[in-house]
Design a binder for this molecule. Structure first.
Ligand SMILES: CC(C)(COP(=O)(O)OP(=O)(O)OC[C@H]1O[C@@H](n2cnc3c(N)ncnc32)[C@H](O)[C@@H]1OP(=O)(O)O)[C@@H](O)C(=O)NCCC(=O)NCCS
Length: 380
């Protein structure tokens, strides 16, 4: 969304006070793609520079907009109100003023488990999330730490801490579009030395509980369909399902994503009853599934209603590092397969498990219409 003429004037003020070190700058793929998908918008000056981000938020049962900006003393709130006529309130959040309150040093501990704690961050732990993000993704463009302030427009602000060090973090935003309200989980990371100890699972479960408390029925996020560790976490541990597929979702690359960013859209239902039902359905194994094998990924005469076992590479990150050409072919072929198969519609499939069979890894897909009949819920 482009800024209306009146808003462009605020850029002059913004220029004067904009931090020069990019401290508050959000990653490009977020401002270019994700924010508008969540129902928000960026406001830009005439040179295309972002002067404010408008985040949809849900607070105390009301839907509104938080403008994240350093611009003050203008009629910005009035202007944004016109851009989002549905908003029940519009507020301004200043990144520069974040973590300035008297309790900014206070960690709000949520849980203590197996030698680590889950908390809502204070100033120090928020800063550590940025370091951890750089370590995991090898990128300088990280989510700014002001987003972890309790007043920020983010919906999920969680850290896992061991001996005063952040070893995991989870950040999410609200999604509001038309009548739809959801939580969009944006980024999750666990320090390489502390993986496979349940840190990510516990952070995600806490996110679900917080969403449920606020009456949110569904959490979405996107994930690379070929990353086995994420599949184990998302499908087998959490019970989330892949309900849609988007090839080349972001159009960016980094250390962990060297080829195009194809993504599954994940759906994580917050109600324990519905989640249990869904887990039960995916717990029932088809004795005669249709295998779809690498290197061709051809679906040959799938039995109607049979589960599909879709092969994925054992170590996708490693394949991208060691053989980029092969990885690109794998990406292209699996993209074609997922575009054809995945979705919430007649003759399409939803993925809800990963399985290892004789050293090969398979995503387990069930036909959507069959799933919907049993679940009685719409997964779209
Ligand atoms: C994906 C990631 C967040 C998982 O974090 P984690 O703390 O190791 O995950 P957990 O220990 O909670 O794992 C949850 C489950 O997945 C399984 N799992 C995790 N990594 C696995 C792997 N490499 N291979 C097989 N299973 C794995 C665990 O065994 C566990 O199963 P359980 O619940 O039955 O015990 C972590 O590997 C990571 O930070 N990766 C890089 C960044 C990334 O991809 N982030 C997510 C997308 S934004």
């Amino acid at each position: 969304m482009n800024a209306p003429e009146d808003l462009l004037r605020v850029s002059k003020i913004q220029e004067a006070i904009k931090p020069s070190d990019g401290l508050y700058h959000l990653p490009n793929h977020f401002t270019e793609v994700a924010l508008s998908q969540n129902g928000g918008a960026t406001l830009r000056d005439d040179s295309g520079q972002i002067v404010a981000e408008c985040f949809p938020i849900f607070k105390n049962g009301r839907k509104g907009i938080v403008i994240r900006t350093e611009v003050t003393g203008t009629n910005l709130v009035y202007q944004v109100r016109n851009l989002f006529p549905w908003a029940e309130f519009v507020q301004i959040f200043s990144p520069a003023a974040s973590f300035k309150s008297t309790n900014a040093e206070q960690l709000e501990v949520v849980k203590i488990i197996d030698g680590f704690m889950v908390a809502h961050p204070n100033r120090v732990s928020a800063q550590q999330t940025a370091e951890l993000q750089r370590l995991i993704w090898g990128t300088t463009s990280v989510y700014p730490t002001d987003l972890y302030d309790q007043e920020s427009p983010a919906a999920t602000k969680l850290v896992a801490i061991k001996q005063d060090q952040v070893i995991g973090f989870l950040l999410g935003f609200w999604g509001i579009k038309d009548t739809k309200l959801w939580l969009e989980s944006q980024i999750l990371g666990v320090h390489p030395n502390y993986r496979k100890r349940g840190v990510a699972r516990i952070l995600k479960e806490q996110q679900r509980l917080e969403a449920l408390e606020q009456g949110i029925e569904v959490i979405h996020w996107t994930v690379d369909p070929l990353q086995c560790p994420n599949a184990y976490l998302n499908f087998n541990s959490l019970g989330a399902v892949a309900t849609a597929f988007d090839p080349d979702h972001y159009g960016f690359t980094n250390q962990l994503n060297l080829v195009s960013a194809s993504r599954f859209k994940m759906t994580y239902l917050t109600s324990p009853e519905v989640l249990n039902k869904l887990n039960g359905i995916f717990g029932e194994e088809d004795p005669e599934p249709t295998y779809v094998l690498a290197p061709d990924w051809q679906v040959i005469d799938a039995e109607p209603q049979a589960d599909l076992y879709l092969e994925v590479p054992a170590d996708w990150s490693e394949l991208q590092r060691t053989s980029l050409d092969e990885a690109m072919i794998v990406r292209k072929k699996t993209d074609q397969l997922f575009v054809r198969l995945i979705g919430c519609a007649e003759k399409k499939y939803v993925i809800g498990r990963i399985k290892e069979v004789a050293g090969h890894f398979f995503l387990v897909a069930k036909e959507y219409s069959k799933l919907k009949d049993k679940l009685g819920e719409n997964l779209e």
